[in-house]
Design a protein around this ligand. Structure first.
Ligand code: GLP
Length: 241
């Protein structure tokens, strides 16, 4: 696990640089996209490189990490729509090249299994962008998640619903109770994982991620077993290291 401490702008440039290098070497790369506020600087930097430097995603594919269950198709906080707004719709992915778990599927378990199979059929994720929750969750793998889990339905914790209420007008009752998420075992199959965390609120989670014992109670700690993880943190997020 490589830990890089730098200012947020520089972290975004480092992550975007890794993605650019991958796409230049392999235009048909498979990316793993994360929602949340943490990757937004990376996405802005990728859009800049697309518009100014000609970086093309035309042959690339991408898989999203997670999705809320039950949000209407046109809901602005549905992760599929968030990813479209933040990155997919701002660069030149081909139609259908970006996929996410289907939170409106009639058979959710079957659709989760199909999603896991689709990632494997694409050859697996080459580079996965990850954020981290204040409680150490990655994607929506909340504390207690099986370290070997696959894509499945999960119940969101009060902590995560409170953290994410800011995206729902500050009203926790508007935040869905359930989600679909790639499992920790699914995420661990990515060839390279780039986790980004900024701000004091992430300091405990980053401390556990880097220095804590591997435990399902801090799901991100499973990444200690991955052979190629880059942890990008600012001074505040690194303050407990
Ligand atoms: C959300 C997402 C995660 C994200 C995390 C942190 O619940 N499901 O993928 O990493 O919480 O969000 P943020 O980056 O906004 O702090």
């Amino acid at each position: 696990m490589e830990v890089i401490i730098a200012a947020p702008d520089e972290l975004a440039r480092l992550a975007a640089g890794a993605i650019e290098k991958l796409i230049l070497a392999r235009p048909a790369a498979v990316l793993g996209l994360a929602t949340g506020s943490s990757p937004l600087g990376i996405y802005d930097e990728l859009v800049r490189r697309h518009e100014e430097g000609g970086l093309s995603f035309a042959k690339a594919r991408a898989f999203m990490l997670d999705e809320y269950v039950g949000l209407p198709a046109d809901h602005p906080e549905r992760y599929r729509n968030v990813i479209e707004k933040e990155i997919a719709g701002r660069v030149d992915f081909a139609p259908g090249a970006v996929r996410g778990p289907d939170g409106l599927a009639s058979d959710l378990p079957a659709s989760c299994a199909e999603y896991d199979d689709a990632i494997a059929a694409a050859g697996g994720v080459d580079l996965q962008i990850l954020g981290i929750g204040t409680d150490g969750h990655v994607a929506f793998n909340e504390p207690g998640s099986s370290l070997a889990s696959r894509t499945r339905i999960k119940t969101l914790t009060e902590q995560t619903r409170a953290d994410n209420a800011r995206f729902f007008g500050g009203d926790i009752d508007q935040v869905p109770q359930h989600c679909l998420t790639q499992g920790l075992g699914t995420i661990m199959r990515a060839a390279h994982i780039v986790l980004i965390a900024t701000g004091r609120a992430k300091a405990d989670a980053v401390h556990q991620l880097v220095e804590g014992p591997v435990s399902a109670m801090w799901p991100a700690t499973v990444l200690q077993h991955h052979p190629h993880v880059t942890v990008l943190v600012d001074n505040a997020a690194a303050s407990r290291l």
